[in-house]
Write a protein that binds this ligand. Structure first.
Ligand SMILES: [Zn+2]
Length: 171
């Protein structure tokens, strides 16, 4: 059980960290040491040069790596952890965990898509700008923004469930 939650926590944190890395890429459509390292580690080929810039321009991106590259990296990361996450679970728990992985991916991709086209308003104070550019999750501070979790065991949770499939608590 705790081994599962540890693995689950690492997936949530890892997805957030990758989104952060992709958003910090400068200039738009470029790359960074951290970002190319993650891409290589996960076996995702970089999008070729002229295309990177063109797709970012077409989407009016204001920051970050190309969105298709981010999507591929997130898919590869979750795929690389899926077996480990599921291996410790019973079939009903697996169903919930699989749905939660899908939700996690969807939310992370949507978050990047929105943040990468955000126009940073001019004239904000520096601290406000920094605050505005940071999203609420990405580090481990608030992973529940992605996927609801059980208040008792912090296991992933789907809205229909009335009882936590991981620890049996009422939700
Ligand atoms: Zn629970």
């Amino acid at each position: 059980m705790s081994a599962f939650l540890l693995a689950w926590g690492e997936v949530v944190t890892g997805v957030g960290a990758l989104v952060d890395e992709a958003l910090e890429v400068e200039p738009v459509g470029g790359s960074s040491v951290a970002w190319s390292a993650s891409r290589t580690r996960l076996g995702v080929s970089p999008m070729p040069e002229p295309t990177r810039q063109e797709t970012c321009r077409a989407r009016k991106q204001t920051r970050g790596a190309p969105v298709t590259e981010l999507d591929a990296v997130l898919d590869a990361f979750v795929e690389s952890r899926r077996e480990l996450v599921l291996s410790m679970l019973t079939p009903p728990q697996r169903t919930v965990a699989l749905q939660s992985l899908e939700t996690l991916l969807e939310h992370a991709k949507a978050h990047f898509a929105a943040k990468s086209i955000e126009v940073v308003k001019r004239g904000l104070f520096k601290h406000a700008k920094v605050a505005a550019s940071k999203h609420q999750y990405g580090t481990s501070s608030r992973p529940e923004v992605y996927v609801m979790e059980c208040p008792s065991c912090r296991g992933p949770r789907q809205t229909e469930a009335l009882t936590c499939v991981f620890c049996g608590s009422d939700l």
